[in-house]
Design a protein around this ligand. Sequence first.
Ligand SMILES: Nc1ncnc2c1ncn2[C@@H]1O[C@H](COP(=O)(O)OP(=O)(O)OP(=O)(O)O)[C@@H](O)[C@H]1O
Ligand SMILES: Cc1ncc(CO)c(N)n1
Length: 266
Amino acid sequence: MRKTALTIAGSDSSGGAGIQADIKTMMANGVYAMSAITALTAQNTTGVSAIFNATPEFLAQELDSVFTDIFPDAVKIGMVSDRELISVIARKLKEYQARNIVVDPVMVATSGARLISEDAVDTLKQELFPLAAVLTPNIPEAEVLTGMKICTGEDMIEAARQIAQQYQCAVLCKGGHQLNDANDLLYFKDGYRWFEGKRIDNPNTHGTGCTLSSAIAANLAKSYDLPTSVERAKDYISGALSAMLDLGAGSGPMDHGFAITGKYVQ
Ligand SMILES: Nc1ncnc2c1ncn2[C@@H]1O[C@H](COP(=O)(O)OP(=O)(O)OP(=O)(O)O)[C@@H](O)[C@H]1O
Ligand SMILES: Cc1ncc(CO)c(N)n1
C-alpha cells in the first residue's frame, strides 16, 4: 500500500519553502502527501511581507480530518509561529499516537524574516520536542537551543549531544551555508555520524531546510531507518540544488522536477 506523510507547516506563496516545498518533496520521494496549514505567508525569494496564522480551532480540525481518515506514516512539522498552535499540535499528535515525527525548529527564513514569536520557542521545546523522532536545527537554531556559539564541527557534536540528551530524541545539526560546507551531524542512539554532502555552488537555497526534513519524513514513512533516511534526503537535496534552477530576484527555490520523469513532463 502507498505510504503517506503529513506536513504541518506554513504556506509559502512563492512555492519554494513551507508546505509547497514539503508536498513537492514528499511526492518526488514516493509518498502520498497531506497538509495541515499553520499559517499563510505572503512571501517571495526576497522576503516575507505578511503572516496570517490559522486559529487553533481550525488547525485542530485540519489535524482531526487527516488523522481520522488517512493515517500518516510520518509527520513533518515546520513553521509554527504561535504558542497556542504548538500546543494544539502536541495535543493532537499525542491523541492520535502519531509516528515518525520530524521536527524542523524553523525560526528564521533564509531571507532573514523571523517566523516564530519569541515566547513560542519555550513551548516548542517543552511540548513538541519530546514527541520528535528527530529534530533538524541549523546552526543558528542549535545556538538558540543550547546557548552555545557554534564555530566548528566539534561544537556541532556538542550542541547536538546536549539537545538530544535534553529532549530524548535524535538530532540532525545542519552545517549548510553557515560553516561553508554541506556536512550535517546526526546524534542518535548509536552515537554520532557525519553525513558529508558535496557543497554545490548555488546561491538559490530557499527552502533547503524544509526540503531536507520532508525528505527524511518521506523515507521514514517508507520504513527506512533514520541514518538511511538522512542519507537519502541529503542525496535528494544535492540533486535538487544541482539542477540549478534560477528564479526570482533573491535566494531562489530548488528544482524538485529533477526527480520527475515521464511523458507529462514534456
Ligand atoms: N550549497 C549547498 N550545497 C549542498 N548542500 C547544501 C547547500 N546548502 C545547504 N545544503 C544542505 O541542505 C540541507 C538544509 O540545510 P540548511 O542549513 O540550508 O537548512 P536551513 O538553514 O534550515 O534551511 P532554510 O534556509 O530553508 O531555513 C542540509 O543538508 C545542508 O547540508
Ligand atoms: C512558510 C515557510 N516555512 C519555512 C520557511 C523556512 O525556510 C519559510 N521561508 N517559509
